[in-house]
Design a protein around this ligand. Structure first.
Ligand SMILES: [Zn+2]
Length: 131
């Protein structure tokens, strides 16, 4: 099983995840589109925040359930606590040392469908919509 050290750009926020990364995705919600991050999901048991929480800032929007964290110093988004799976983190794989996403197919996550402000939005993620 793999282990990855993660950090923001300045290093004030450092974390570690355990597990093989087989699924990476981009989300099309209004926030993730601006971040441009490539993400993977990690169970909270496989996630360790190495540095103290005082360098983390939190952003909440829409339903306020998801906890979007960013570095207070450099502003980089390293991870967030997910709304659809509250016991999982969404981790920005570009913050992981030694991880190369080349060769993995990138899944498109439909975060835009989750927002309650969108027409036809769903309260919880129940999987891709059927055509
Ligand atoms: Zn930083």
């Amino acid at each position: 099983m793999s282990e990855y050290d993660g950090a923001c750009h300045c290093g004030a926020v450092q974390f570690r995840i355990v597990g093989d990364i087989t699924d990476v995705y981009r989300c099309d919600c209004s926030l993730c589109r601006m971040k441009g991050a490539l993400m993977t999901s990690v169970h909270e048991a496989a996630f360790t925040l190495v540095t103290s929480e005082d360098k983390l800032r939190e952003y909440n929007w829409n339903t306020g359930v998801a906890r979007h964290f960013f570095c207070a110093v450099c502003g980089i988004y390293p991870f967030h606590k997910k709304r659809a799976m509250p016991d999982h983190y969404g981790v920005n794989v570009h913050c992981l040392k030694g991880f190369d996403a080349a060769g993995l197919s990138v899944r498109q996550a439909s975060g835009l469908e989750m927002t309650v402000k969108a027409e036809g939005a769903r309260e919880t993620w129940t999987g891709p919509r059927q055509p």
